[in-house]
Design a protein around this ligand. Structure first.
Ligand code: ATP
Length: 242
């Protein structure tokens, strides 16, 4: 088989077709089509309110109403409940990171249910994020934004999920911490994880992602590979309003 034929034979880790989503009467996704292949890092770009977070939440099944097709490793998940979707090997880091104020770092890492026995041990997570080891007994409320983000990612790795959905992992973080998060994402990709992230920081996205989707008004306005995004960076920055 040629390389192209092999690529075609590999089923996407995540395939979304004609995805619509609503909050009450408000129709916010208008037919999203998106593919993420195993081992890829894919970024959703777009202005505030474009529908990026809603796309991640729809994959996780946590929007009030959605319609269309979402295939996760070959299974249709559109009718499933969030806990059933999680068992298909997907984990979600929300934009607010979802860290509990009163639980300490160790407790956060011991809490997640396992969806697969390939989940990292607490020790392995602490090796990936040495900062967290120093803060093992600190409650969530005392962690910096960067530590909270590392903990939020570390917690997903405990579950054994192989598809990670990260909503704006660099938001509000200092440049040196952004760099650490970038190193982590590249390391996870090298270990075979598949990652779909929402990111406002185009430079950061370009340093980690293979493919890019520009979301606008709840639809895919453009798709790029890394070369395409580099060529069109200035036009893209204008379209992102930055
Ligand atoms: N819980 C909600 N209830 C009602 N409307 C919502 C809710 N969450 C988001 N929306 C609306 O849905 C649309 C898409 O929002 P979404 O959060 O997906 O955008 P986004 O591209 O992720 O932007 P941001 O970076 O601002 O989160 C926006 O118009 C937003 O106001």
């Amino acid at each position: 088989m040629t390389d192209a034929a092999i690529a075609q034979a590999v089923e996407p880790m995540l395939a979304i077709r004609d995805l619509h989503a609503w909050y009450g009467e408000s129709h916010v996704l208008h037919g999203i089509d998106l593919d993420v292949m195993p081992g890829q890092v894919v970024t959703l770009l777009g202005r505030n309110g474009a529908g990026k977070s809603t796309t991640l939440k729809s994959i996780m099944g946590i929007v009030p109403r959605r319609q269309g097709q979402i295939r996760l490793q070959g299974s249709d998940t559109i009718a499933m409940r969030p806990f059933q979707i999680a068992r298909h090997g997907v984990a979600y880091c929300p934009e607010d990171r979802g860290i509990y104020a009163t639980l300490d770092v160790r407790e956060h890492l011991e809490l997640p249910p396992l969806v697969d026995d390939s989940g990292l041990s607490t020790e392995q997570v602490l090796s990936l994020f040495p900062n967290l080891r120093e803060r093992l007994h600190s409650p969530g409320s005392k962690l910096s934004g960067g530590e909270q983000q590392m903990l939020a990612i570390g917690r997903t790795l405990r579950t054994g999920a192989r598809l990670l959905l990260l909503d704006e992992p660099t938001e509000g973080l200092a440049p040196s911490i952004v760099e650490q998060i970038g190193d982590t994402i590249r390391q996870l990709k090298a270990q075979g994880y598949t990652i779909l992230l929402v990111e406002q920081n185009l430079r950061f996205a370009m340093s980690v992602a293979d493919h890019f989707y520009l979301i606008d008004h709840g639809q895919v306005a453009a798709r790029y590979d890394r070369q395409g995004v580099e060529q069109d960076a200035s036009e893209l920055l204008a379209r992102l309003g930055v």
